[in-house]
Design a protein around this ligand. Structure first.
Ligand code: A2P
Length: 291
């Protein structure tokens, strides 16, 4: 957690603007805007989650809001993220619509979902959304090192988060370093590889040693880097399992095992320190729509 400021209980990261983001949140990508989403959010909050991550593109903000209300957990106790859908033009108009759908007065974090059309054009609108009090923090998602550089060169208010796919299989060391230099917190989506990484032998061995599940090991791997992480599940028992990651620690041996995963799959695979806007649009879009 070299660069990350974490609160004393080890469960919350302090962002560069002073706002606090719980390290584990519930992701609701691909959860339909109906009872399934309402229940997932309600269960998560009942089970102690205080961080929910949605997006305009997911089309389920209404159900997220309903789940929040049904849980009875006070709004001010929950960190809510939504994402600007960059096929639209105006981040302020879109967040105002999100707030209506969510039934809240502000979100905690508003991020550009991906750098469609380039990494800078939407940022003034994000700054206006912050200024208007529609969000407490602003950030980006799926931005590569080059995108961050271009954005930082023009931004008045710097982004405090870059939410990207991140796991031992997608270990973006260059992006992690660049973000750290600028006090931008990387946040991990798809920490379970949308389920694919759960069958890894290396992860299973570590899980067995700790009497834990592969999902818990993968989530813990992020937390030990101070990286907020948003595993998605619509099953109550899995939602519970994914948050039970604060009472064990990975050992140096475990991390070497993870290193093996990194070496075998990441170094041999595509360079994930890519500039998102620099890759062909269809590929960029399919990567983005994956989450
Ligand atoms: P489900 O929603 O049916 O529970 P990611 O967070 O990397 O996108 O991964 C999400 C996928 O992993 C979903 O398919 C989800 O399925 C599954 N999943 C989430 N948590 C667990 C868990 N603890 N054990 C097994 N599968 C899980």
């Amino acid at each position: 957690m070299a660069n990350a400021a974490i609160t004393a209980n080890g469960r919350v990261r302090i962002l560069a603007d002073g706002n606090e983001i719980p390290l584990v949140g519930l992701g609701v990508w691909q959860v339909p805007n109906r009872r399934e989403c309402v229940d997932a959010v309600r269960w998560a909050l009942e089970l102690g989650y205080r961080h929910i991550d949605t997006a305009q593109a997911y089309g389920n903000e209404e159900s997220v809001g309903q789940g929040l209300r049904e849980s009875g957990v006070p709004r001010e106790d929950v960190f809510i993220t939504t994402k600007f859908f960059p096929a639209r033009k105006d981040p302020v108009a879109e967040i105002e619509r999100s707030l209506q759908l969510l039934g809240v007065d502000f979100v905690d974090l508003y991020i550009i979902h991906w750098p469609e059309g380039g990494p800078t054009w939407a940022w003034p609108g994000m700054e206006r959304a912050l200024e208007a009090g529609h969000t407490r923090s602003i950030g980006v998602s799926n931005f590569g090192v080059d995108d961050l550089g271009k954005l930082l060169a023009t931004a008045t208010v710097a982004p405090v988060v870059d939410q990207v796919q991140f796991s031992p299989y997608e270990y973006r060391t260059a992006l992690l370093d660049a973000a750290g230099e600028h006090q931008i917190a990387l946040e991990a989506y798809s920490p379970l590889g949308t389920g694919r990484h759960l069958t890894s032998d290396a992860v299973a061995r570590i899980a067995q040693r700790h009497g834990r599940t592969p999902a818990q090991v993968l989530i813990r791997w992020c937390i030990e880097r101070g990286i907020p992480v948003i595993p998605k599940s619509t099953h109550r028992e899995r939602i519970a399992e994914n948050a039970e990651v604060f009472d064990f620690a990975l050992t140096a041996d475990d991390l070497r095992g993870m290193e093996y995963v990194y070496n075998a799959f990441y170094k041999a695979g595509p360079d994930l320190n890519y500039s998102f806007s620099g890759i062909p649009f269809a590929l960029a879009r399919s990567r983005t729509l994956k989450k």
